[in-house]
Design a protein around this ligand. Structure first.
Ligand SMILES: Cc1cc2nc3c(=O)[nH]c(=O)nc-3n(C[C@H](O)[C@H](O)[C@H](O)COP(=O)(O)OP(=O)(O)OC[C@H]3O[C@@H](n4cnc5c(N)ncnc54)[C@H](O)[C@@H]3O)c2cc1C
Ligand SMILES: NC(=O)c1ccc[n+]([C@@H]2O[C@H](COP(=O)([O-])OP(=O)(O)OC[C@H]3O[C@@H](n4cnc5c(N)ncnc54)[C@H](OP(=O)(O)O)[C@@H]3O)[C@@H](O)[C@H]2O)c1
Length: 449
């Protein structure tokens, strides 16, 4: 069996490991990524001050060391290769392309200067090549982060960390320079529902109380009416932490992180230069739907919040890839339990699968992909019995095809070279790595072969 996996984030790597561990047959795995660097959001999403979780890369490197595995980086499906190419060269295909697009608020003023989606801000501070040139202007004092998830918390924390705290991380050098001279003093995290419905996790919320130069600020009135016990352990822990923050007196000279609830932005205002000057917020009340879920409803009462920058962190969505069926409603690759299906007829497309966020949408932690990807690999093994045997081109034919198209495939040993350079550069500033953020520079470093 020969399998192509597209996307080298956690879901792709866990799928590779499960395929390579199959005992009923031998599987050769080629893992493609559009970047020359592996690991998806472990490298480009996880916050720089969360180094511990990034050590999961060691598990993926162990998969990469298996003899039947090849990493083929710097190859984008839909640009350098087509789905038809993959069908010709592989018995089965696994899409593990994640969720790389951002969701939109759909309000007036979105898109003006200094209104920056989390995808861009996160990619910028993490040195993702797509966002290395993003214009992040931190000459403002107040920033609003929209959304109550862990990405919102990450973005707020990075904005408020001191230069010394950030220097020891793998934050991109260009971002470190801007963050060091940042004038941001106050960040507002704005949740549309109440404190008990917040999506951030207690561990992340707790960390906000331990920043070197910033303190969390919660208005006790915002917590009134919240039950002592919600029946959900995480919500109860969040409420406990929020109550403790509300009881605290912030340090006099500390920067402030305001956690606000039950407000939705309805408009973003610009100043004379066309840059963000403020937000119009509508106060919400909670309503319980017939299915028991709790939703926010506008109350018709408004307030203005003066801020110089807005960061919507309201979730991600899968990008469309030419030739791959797309579910317009769920904004993922069209699938039934991990088998790719035609978006209209829902008929299964033989030999094609999807794992990770591209399958399920942007929810869940890195470790959760291990079980989920293995589950799809079990489907692949079951379906393989029905595959008509056919002769595939030689294993290296795909590399020749890419070179004929002027693409320079990047192998795992190439990546190891880049890794060494980054680690050595990082050591100079006492950081785990100093990322190379430009694909051209990575390829130049690797030379032509
Ligand atoms: C900002 C942020 C911070 C997070 N922090 C944490 C955390 O601290 N702890 C935690 O447990 N979880 C965290 N998560 C969640 C975790 O990152 C995800 O659960 C996980 O990365 C999703 O895995 P994936 O493999 O589906 O997608 P991804 O990790 O996004 O990987 C997708 C890969 O596909 C590649 N790709 C995309 N399109 C193509 C194409 N056309 N051709 C070839 N390759 C392509 C991309 O380059 C990428 O490498 C975070 C998520 C975000 C957004
Ligand atoms: N440190 C970590 O472990 C870490 C770090 C980052 C990310 N992650 C994980 O990655 C996943 C994605 O995180 P995420 O923060 O992007 O998503 P998320 O957890 O789904 O949070 C999205 C937030 O945006 C809000 N939202 C959505 N649409 C909105 C709108 N139109 N207006 C206002 N608010 C809106 C949601 O509110 P509603 O709830 O009302 O819909 C929710 O609070 C999560 O599973 C997360 O745990 C983990």
């Amino acid at each position: 069996m020969r399998v192509a996996i597209v996307g080298s984030g956690p879901a792709g790597f866990y799928a590779a490991e499960a395929l390579l561990k199959r005992t009923d047959t031998t599987v050769q795995v080629d893992l493609f990524d559009r970047l020359p660097t592996p690991y998806g959001l472990v490298r480009g999403g996880v916050a720089p001050d969360h180094q511990k979780i990034k050590t999961v890369a060691r598990v993926f490197a162990a998969t990469a060391a298996r003899p039947a595995f090849r990493f083929i980086g710097n190859v984008r499906l839909g640009r350098d290769l087509t789905v038809e190419d993959l069908r010709r060269h592989y018995d089965q295909i696994v899409y593990a392309t994640g969720n790389e697009a951002d969701r939109r608020l759909g309000i007036a003023g979105e898109g003006i200067a200094r209104c920056t989606p989390a995808t861009v801000f996160v990619g910028w501070y993490n040195g993702h090549p797509d966002y290395r040139k993003a214009q992040i202007d931190l000459s403002v004092e107040r920033v609003a982060v929209i959304g109550n998830g862990n990405v919102a918390v990450d973005a707020a924390r990075v904005l408020l960390r001191s230069g010394a705290e950030l220097e020891a991380t793998d934050v991109a050098a260009h971002a470190l320079e801007v963050l060091r001279t940042s004038r941001v003093r106050e960040v507002f995290i704005l949740g549309r529902r109440g404190p008990a419905q917040a999506a951030f996790s207690p561990a992340e919320l707790k960390e906000l109380g331990r920043m070197e130069t910033a303190d969390p600020v919660v208005d006790a009135r915002e917590l009134e009416g919240c039950a002592e016990s919600t029946g959900k352990a995480e919500a109860d822990q969040n409420l406990k932490l929020l109550r403790a923050y509300a009881a605290r007196t912030p340090r006099k000279d500390a920067k402030k992180l305001h956690l606000r609830f039950l407000v939705s932005p309805t408009e973003i205002f610009a100043d004379a230069a066309g840059k963000v000057a403020g937000l119009r917020l509508e106060k919400n009340r909670l309503e319980t739907r017939p299915d028991g879920s709790i939703t926010a409803r506008g109350s018709g009462e408004f307030e203005l919040l003066e801020v110089g920058m807005v960061l919507p962190a309201i979730g991600y969505a899968a990008e469309r890839i030419e030739g791959v069926p797309y579910d317009e409603k769920a904004r993922v690759i069209a699938n039934a339990g991990g088998r790719v299906v035609d978006a209209l007829t829902r008929a299964a497309i033989a030999g094609e699968y999807v794992v990770g966020w591209a399958r399920s949408g942007p929810q869940g932690l890195i470790g959760e992909h291990k079980r989920a990807s293995a589950e799809v690999v079990r489907l692949m093994a079951a379906d393989a019995a029905n595959l008509a045997p056919r002769a595939l081109p030689g294993r290296d034919a795909i590399l020749e095809l890419l070179r004929d198209r002027g693409v320079r495939p990047v192998s795992f040993s190439d990546w190891k070279q880049l890794d060494e350079v980054e680690t050595a550069r990082g050591a100079r500033r006492g950081a785990p790595r100093d990322k190379i953020v430009d694909v051209g520079a990575m390829l130049e470093l690797l030379g032509q072969n």
